[in-house]
Design a protein around this ligand. Structure first.
Ligand SMILES: [Zn+2]
Length: 90
């Protein structure tokens, strides 16, 4: 599932919900890998670019490779994002 196209003008990725190891749901572009910690951060264009070795997104939240998975409908509902207009991947 995805929400919108990546806001970066040079990128054609999709912004998708992701479940981190801590259980926090964040938004991540599947192309440029920018991360928005919350919907409010996304709306304010406050992205982060997690990088090795810590891959930190915020306090206690990271996107280290192999530790996260793309979210499904129950995940976004649990995170309070269920009412957004999620779209199915092609
Ligand atoms: Zn992107």
């Amino acid at each position: 599932m995805w929400l919108v196209e990546c806001p970066s003008f040079w990128d054609q990725g999709l912004v998708r919900p992701l479940v981190t190891e801590s259980g926090a749901v964040v938004l991540r572009c599947d192309s440029c890998e920018a991360v928005w910690r919350t919907l409010a951060d996304f709306e304010e264009q406050e992205h982060v670019e997690p990088d090795e070795p810590d891959w930190l997104v915020g306090a206690g939240v990271h996107v280290r490779p192999g530790t996260f998975r793309w979210a499904a409908q129950p995940d976004v509902e649990a995170a309070g994002l269920g009412s957004l207009r999620w779209r199915a991947l092609p």
